[in-house]
Design a protein around this ligand. Structure first.
Ligand SMILES: [Zn+2]
Ligand SMILES: [Zn+2]
Length: 326
């Protein structure tokens, strides 16, 4: 089906398809597009709903974890558990940004998808192995893009006017994953969306269902990285090059290290994880201390790293002032 959906009634686009051979999900897909009979509205609304349902659906378990003291033993900065008030304030800001900034932009999603030759209402869905390879490419591409763009956002004026908002929380929590300036959402969001667009442009073979899967996985990654918890079963203990909460929590606390999202290799390659690795080494050296001694030493270490981070942040803001006055 290659007819331009914007100029034709939706029902006629499925005339030649054998709807009985479709999977349950594919049948729901057809029903969705037929119900709205407007592909721009159907794709726009679905994109927005996928984002909202996955974002808040993934944040809710972390809100519950924060409310249960039993889980504090795995909290990375145990003395900084967000209060319900803080979570609600953050949630309100995220919702405002979703409705006022992301929703209008998402409405351009269908026209953009058609421009790049992406399949939207079309069937059938891609096979799982093909989808897995595409997802791997998107993960690697986004991580690379984010590493460099995030470092640029730590440059004085960009930090002061854009990225500082995201660093409001030195001990992040799930909901804070998308707590950011609209310009930051746009800049870093390019890393999420330009991988699929580039892939589609080069191969001409990409279904929007793969993008929804990608966006869902990327949201899981971002929310979990901001969760503030490192469990023994967290993915980074199974896949050693996965960043996880341990890696990104340190970025919020220490300010200067760990700029990537999903993987650790770029920070390792460019040495932007030196302070993080030194800190981990000192924590590991405490293994023979008693539980109380360890908790006390960890507290001192965390305070040192945080004080360093605050100094580094103040310096970036001071430099931004200098740029302004010269
Ligand atoms: Zn940052
Ligand atoms: Zn963050």
């Amino acid at each position: 089906m290659t007819v331009n959906a914007t100029t034709t009634s939706m029902a006629s686009l499925y005339d030649s398809a054998d709807l009985t051979s479709l999977s349950w999900l594919e049948q729901r897909w057809v029903a969705w597009y037929l119900y709205f009979d407007d592909p721009v509205l159907a794709t726009g609304l679905m994109t927005f709903l996928v984002h909202e349902i996955v974002y808040f659906g993934r944040c809710i378990p972390w809100i519950i974890v924060d409310a249960i003291p039993y889980f504090r033993r795995w909290k990375l900065q145990a003395s900084k558990v967000p209060t319900p008030q803080e979570q609600w304030e953050c949630c309100k800001q995220v919702l405002i940004s979703h409705f006022l900034v992301e929703l209008p932009v998402i409405w351009f999603f269908h026209p953009m998808a058609e421009m790049f030759g992406m399949s939207t209402y079309q069937l059938t869905f891609p096979a799982l192995p093909q989808m897995a390879l595409q997802l791997l490419f998107f993960f690697v591409f986004e991580d690379m893009f984010h590493y460099f763009a995030h470092q640029a956002l730590h440059y004085g004026p960009l930090y002061k006017h854009i990225h500082k908002l995201h660093h409001k929380y030195s001990a992040p929590f799930g909901l804070a994953a998308e707590y950011a300036h609209p310009a930051e959402v746009a800049i870093l969001g390019m890393g999420t969306i330009s991988g699929p667009l580039l892939y589609c442009y080069l191969t001409g073979d990409l279904h929007i269902i793969t993008i929804y899967t990608w966006i869902s996985l990327r949201l899981f990654q971002a929310i979990d990285a901001h969760s503030g918890y490192d469990f023994p079963w967290s993915l980074q203990h199974i896949v050693p090059f996965w960043s996880g909460a341990d890696h990104h929590d340190f970025h919020h606390m220490a300010f200067t290290n760990n700029f990537s999202t999903s993987f650790r290799w770029w920070d390792r390659l460019f040495g932007t994880d030196d302070k993080y690795r030194a800190y981990k080494k000192r924590v590991a050296a405490m293994k023979n201390a008693t539980k109380e001694q360890r908790a006390q030493m960890e507290k001192v270490l965390l305070a040192e790293v945080e004080a360093d981070g605050l100094r580094a942040e103040a310096e970036v803001v001071r430099n931004a002032e200098k740029v302004k006055t010269t």
